[in-house]
Write a protein that binds this ligand. Structure first.
Ligand SMILES: *[C@@H]1O[C@H](CO)[C@@H](O)[C@H](O)[C@H]1NC(C)=O
Ligand SMILES: *[C@@H]1O[C@H](CO)[C@@H](O)[C@H](O)[C@H]1NC(C)=O
Ligand SMILES: *[C@@H]1O[C@H](CO)[C@@H](O)[C@H](O)[C@H]1NC(C)=O
Ligand SMILES: *[C@@H]1O[C@H](CO)[C@@H](O)[C@H](O)[C@H]1NC(C)=O
Length: 334
């Protein structure tokens, strides 16, 4: 049956007798007619010497027909032409999940000289695998039948990490291609140290998913960002805070505006302002001899005075304090 598919010979075509195979001894599923080399060899006039597949050149009735319609379970059948006579072809296509004994899902069948189709093999269910092994703290994505070639995906429960192959395939011999993976509990390492920060927690070597750890900043440092970190489901910590330093006001002999008040720097506690605080400095409009303010922000210990600011000299500060830029009238008042 299988071999007939490979035959080069064109059934019923008298001009290709050169390509017709010599008669096989016992072709399976094919009863051979009288062998011949030319029409005259045939006993009756209506018989012609034609190529009949594995039977080779044989005396056949050119208009003889094969049974039609053909019903094959689990298969679709279609004719290649509109007739089902000697040499005509039909296509046998197995339904999805089925295949023939020879492993093919599709075969070309020819109407033989014995009035039978060359292929009438049934389509059988493709072999299926049993469920792959269950795993602890995880599962596989279920499908109804694990047919040959079926791909199954393993997943782990939340808080577990998959180790090993994610997929396994149902093989022809009804076994799975890969060993089942394992699901390992996810832990976070100790949370990161933060500069100038303190961890408010009992130190451990590993932390569970969704565990929360709090930070504090050392005195005079301001917390920037979230005050806690969470152990995330992938074993890493969420973003933690930064502890920001206070800034020294870089001015000695001027007043500045800080927290809404005009003050000498000596009046500011320790001469330090908090991270992210704004300080306004006095600058001089020389053309109009008046003062205006320009502000600068403290960022983690760094506070740059604005470019227009000029530090008065000791002489200016000591002997001409009324003329200091921070003391002259504001441009807005003029
Ligand atoms: C079989 O035929 C039906 C109806 O014509 C069609 O829907 C289906 O896709 C065919 N199946 C195959 C495997 O060819
Ligand atoms: C099934 O086939 C695979 C791959 O060809 C092979 O490694 C395995 O040993 C076979 N299992 C059985 C039970 O035959
Ligand atoms: C862990 O998960 C978080 C949030 O989903 C993500 O931002 C981060 O990049 C992940 N880290 C790694 C190492 O996968
Ligand atoms: C000084 O004031 C004048 C007039 O208002 C203005 O045009 C000029 O830009 C000011 N200069 C500075 C440095 O602010």
């Amino acid at each position: 049956m299988v071999d007939t598919l490979a035959i080069i010979c064109h059934f019923g075509d008298q001009n290709v007798t050169d390509f017709c195979p010599t008669r096989k001894k016992n072709p399976i599923g094919h009863t051979c007619q009288k062998a011949c080399t030319k029409d005259l060899d045939c006993p009756k006039k209506k018989l012609k010497c034609l190529c009949d597949g594995e039977c080779g050149l044989s005396c056949v009735t050119p208009r003889s027909s094969c049974p039609w319609p053909v019903i094959l379970e689990n298969a679709n059948i279609s004719l290649k032409q509109e007739t089902w006579n000697f040499g005509d072809q039909m296509l046998v296509r197995c339904h999805p999940g089925f295949k023939m004994a020879n492993g093919l899902e599709m075969a070309q069948s020819r109407c033989q000289g014995d009035k039978k189709w060359s292929v009438t093999a049934p389509c059988d269910v493709i072999s299926t695998c049993n469920d792959p092994p269950n795993i602890e703290n995880g599962y596989f994505v279920k499908s109804e039948h694990h047919m040959e070639g079926a791909l199954v995906e393993y997943k782990c429960n939340a808080g577990y990490r998959l180790e090993g192959p994610v997929f396994t395939t149902c093989m022809e011999n009804k076994t799975w291609s890969d060993n089942a993976p394992t699901c390992e509990k996810i832990y976070c390492p100790p949370p990161p140290e933060i500069k100038e920060g303190i961890l408010v927690a009992v130190k451990k070597t590993e932390y569970k998913v969704s565990e929360v750890i709090y930070y504090m900043c050392k005195r005079n440092f301001l917390m920037d960002g979230s005050h806690s970190v969470t152990c995330m489901s992938n074993g890493t910590w969420s973003d933690g805070p930064a502890c920001r330093a206070r800034c020294k006001v870089p001015v000695q002999r001027s007043q500045v505006i800080y927290q809404g008040r005009k003050v000498w720097v000596t009046e500011i506690e320790e001469g330090l302002v908090h991270h992210s605080d704004n300080v306004e400095f006095f600058c001089k409009n020389t053309t109009r001899a008046c003062s205006y303010t320009a502000s600068s922000q403290c960022f983690d210990g760094a506070l740059e005075p604005p470019e227009c600011y000029k530090e008065p000299t000791w002489v200016e500060y000591t002997f001409f304090s009324k003329n200091l830029v921070s003391e002259i009238s504001s441009c807005q008042e003029l």
